[in-house]
Design a protein around this ligand. Structure first.
Ligand code: SF4
Length: 345
């Protein structure tokens, strides 16, 4: 169907109300950048999900990174968006201000140069992310073994989407369909969401990131309401099985483990941790289960499963802002509260 006809359909839709969740933070940004909510009938509601890796990282993980940054002879290496995420006792950027040693990089592989340049320092990479990022961490471990580099470890809080989506479907939030994350599916394949689609009789459409991609995805979701199926509308880069070479690399070094999601708690088999034979590269990831809010009124736990909109949180824009984040959802540009803050100006 032509895009203008799709717009007309979505704008005049009078069928049963549909609550559609976009799982991925990049989709949240693309939806608002393209003004998509304004094109939809009031019977189609869009809601954001747990697809921002920073937003689901528990406080104990940040607390441990802060401790490491202050330890003699150690240095934390991280992506920039993790630096301002609050733990229970402040953030990494605050730790830097108090003498903690933290370096920001754009790729995990940047740590190789740092490690070679300073052999007396132990560098610890803050390895967060979903299936999309996991292959790069596998390549990093591969490179450490190949180059016999001994002064790098990783602290993992990696997550996989499948069990989080199962949790959302089972928690009674009334979601009628999902915009499935295109980037995750490039690695994991469209099959990643098949089990949840069938179990909960819900449509999942794997989507690209342009405005047209998202409108077509919404059309497919509305048309397939109540049907438990996965439709791949991002066939230019996503296959049913995904990237098998990347999956093999992940399986070589990592195994599924139970993982704590910020605000949600522990989800069985939803994380990735280094296999026992590679435990020498682990900086103590498996003990990091505590999740303490810095502000008890923060509603990130509800926001990331789509049970509450950021605007409904009592702290939104009053106490909580990107300059003064009270919860992880306000920190990253992919976080739901941060995106909504940017839209409201
Ligand atoms: S607005 Fe701030 S305090 Fe409220 S849920 Fe979002 S991050 Fe938490």
């Amino acid at each position: 169907m032509e895009i203008e006809k799709i717009k007309e359909f979505l704008g005049s839709y009078e069928g049963p109300r549909m609550k559609i969740m976009e799982i991925c933070g990049s989709h949240t940004g693309a939806i608002h950048k393209n003004g998509i909510p304004k094109l939809l009938s009031e019977n189609i509601e869009l809601i954001s999900g747990p697809g921002c890796p920073v937003c689901v990282t528990p406080s104990a993980y940040i607390d441990r990174l802060i401790e490491i940054s202050k330890e003699e002879g150690r240095c934390v290496v991280s992506f920039g968006d993790l630096l301002r995420v609050p733990g229970s006792r402040g953030s990494l950027s605050e730790a830097m201000g108090k003498g903690g040693r933290v370096k920001m990089v754009y790729s995990p592989l940047d740590i190789l140069k740092l490690a070679k340049g300073e052999p007396a320092t132990e560098f610890v990479f803050a390895a967060i992310g979903f299936e999309t990022t996991a292959p790069v961490y596998a390549i990093l471990i591969d490179s450490l073994i190949r180059d016999n580099i001994k002064n790098v470890k990783i602290l993992t809080a990696m997550k996989t989407m499948e069990m989080a989506v199962d949790y959302i479907c089972s928690s009674g939030g009334g979601i009628d369909g999902f915009i499935a994350p295109g980037h995750v599916c490039v690695v994991a394949g469209a099959k990643e969401f098949e089990a949840a689609a069938e179990k909960y009789a819900l449509p999942f459409v794997v989507s690209g990131f342009t405005g047209e991609d998202i409108l077509k995805t919404l059309y497919l979701l509305v048309k397939n309401r109540g049907k438990g199926r996965v439709i791949n509308a991002y066939g230019s880069v996503v296959t049913y099985d995904g990237n098998l070479a990347a999956q093999e690399m992940i399986d070589k070094y990592f195994e599924r483990t139970d993982a704590v999601w910020r605000g949600i708690g522990e989800l069985k088999g939803s994380g990735l941790a280094l296999r026992t034979e590679y435990a020498g590269f682990d900086a103590g990831s498996r003990e990091l289960v505590e999740d303490i809010k810095i502000n008890r009124a923060c509603a990130c736990d509800k926001v990331i499963i789509g049970a509450m909109r950021p605007e409904e949180c009592p702290l939104f824009k009053k106490v909580c802002s990107p300059m003064n984040p009270q919860g992880a959802c306000m920190v990253s540009p992919e976080g739901t509260c941060n995106t909504h803050f940017a839209i409201e100006g």
